[in-house]
Design a protein around this ligand. Structure first.
Ligand code: ATP
Length: 374
């Protein structure tokens, strides 16, 4: 029952019409997906959207209702879990408490009848930077260290695809952030395909080359993190990846490279390429960190010139460390969010100040207004 040895070269993971229904409820709807070999792929979505079910089908722990799972060109859909060239790391590390760290890592190789494992185990412990702790038991390790043991234990089997189901979920925030970078580093080093499931958008964006945003059993959008963030295709994706300040508007002139928008009686512009719809009624969006605030009537700083929404009043200010968040109430009653970097370059504003919002048309995106904005 040895997982396939060797490298993962050319072994894309392909899902074709993959579906899972429980009675009349469909948890995963006909998923079509290609995960290129060697990529760090994240399935991102809220609790209950079907991420874990998808991962469990790839691992062979859940039987698909219909559809196919292909690895390296062959259909693995009907293979028993242990016959698939995949390994899973779960949130609960499930290390063997009575075995040392080195023995935990060696476990997969030993089970496959391999005798001389010391060199491989040592190399793997070095990769996850645990060489010094090889003789300890799991209970003598921190959460982050245990997580790295679980990773080493999976990697030593040389799976073609490593599945990670919220592997950092049990760690505190600081350790989590640190492990995200380490995991990414290890993935680059070993060059395996990682499929990572998380509901944490920052985690997915930090680590993955490609992110698929899932909602109610379907993939809403897939792409590079920056691209999804800058060019969301739906309001769900826009809001799941951060704040998006969606204001109702309409396209009033759309012939050329830029489109003219009417937003609450103000004329704004956006690049045509950032219109995710042909519909005339749109949600006009801009990320909070793209906006600059000035006192009412003051000129825009050049980098933020172009789009102007006037008549705001600051209603809340909160310090967030690298930036400060301002909540600004607009004349039509909507509250918008603005992040200003704490570089000392901005004017000091207080609650009650009258302000204008400025940003570049390049940072303006438009979504179909028939979708819910929340
Ligand atoms: P979380 O982040 O909370 O783990 P998830 O996105 O991984 O969420 P899944 O665990 O894949 O979500 O579940 C998807 C949906 O399928 C949920 O609505 C869940 O209630 C349902 N579901 C999962 N397993 C079963 C089951 N055995 N029987 C019935 N419904 C199930």
């Amino acid at each position: 029952a040895a997982p396939t040895e060797g490298t993962s070269a050319g072994t894309d993971l392909v899902l074709r019409g993959l579906r899972k229904s429980y009675g009349s409820f469909t948890a995963v709807h006909d998923l079509d997906l290609v995960v290129p070999s060697g990529s760090f792929f994240a399935l991102l979505g809220p609790s209950g959207c079907g991420k874990t079910t998808t991962l469990r089908m790839v691992a062979g722990l859940e039987e698909p209702t219909s559809g196919q799972i292909m690895l390296g060109g062959s259909d693995v859909s009907r293979l028993k879990p242990y016959k698939r060239p995949v390994n899973t790391v779960f949130q609960s590390y499930a290390l063997f408490p009575h075995l040392s760290i080195a023995e935990n890592v060696a476990f997969g190789l030993k089970r496959r009848g391999k005798k001389k494992v010391d060199a491989e185990v040592a190399a793997m412990l070095e990769l996850v930077e645990l060489s010094d702790l090889a003789k300890r038991r799991p209970a003598q390790l921190s959460g982050g260290q245990q997580q790295r043991v679980a990773l080493a234990r999976a990697l030593i089997n040389r799976p073609q695809v490593l599945l990670l189901d919220e592997p950092l979920g049990a760690l505190d925030l600081k350790l989590r952030r640190q492990m995200q970078l380490e995991l990414k580093h290890i993935q680059t080093e070993v060059g395996l395909t990682f499929v990572h499931v998380t509901h944490d958008q920052e985690e997915a964006m930090t680590m993955a080359d490609t992110v698929a945003v899932m909602n109610k059993g379907r993939i809403e959008q897939m792409g590079a993190p920056e691209d999804l963030y800058e060019n969301p295709a739906t309001t769900f994706v826009a809001n799941f990846l951060g704040q998006s300040n969606l204001v109702a508007g309409s396209v009033v002139e759309g012939g050329g490279e830029t489109v003219a928008l009417d937003v609450q009686g103000t004329r704004l512009t956006a690049p045509r390429a950032r219109l995710a719809t042909d519909a005339p009624q749109v949600w006009v969006g801009v990320r909070p960190e793209k906006i600059t605030l000035t006192r009412a009537g003051s000129p825009a700083p050049s980098a933020a010139a172009g789009n102007l929404l006037a008549g705001g009043v600051v209603t809340d200010i909160s310090f967030v460390g690298v930036s400060t968040q301002y909540v600004v109430r607009m004349p039509w009653g909507q509250e918008l969010s603005v992040f200003l970097q704490n570089t000392g370059a901005h004017e000091r504003l207080v609650v009650g100040d009258a302000v204008d919002l400025h940003w570049s048309p390049d940072h303006t995106f438009c979504l179909d207004a028939s979708q819910d904005a929340r």
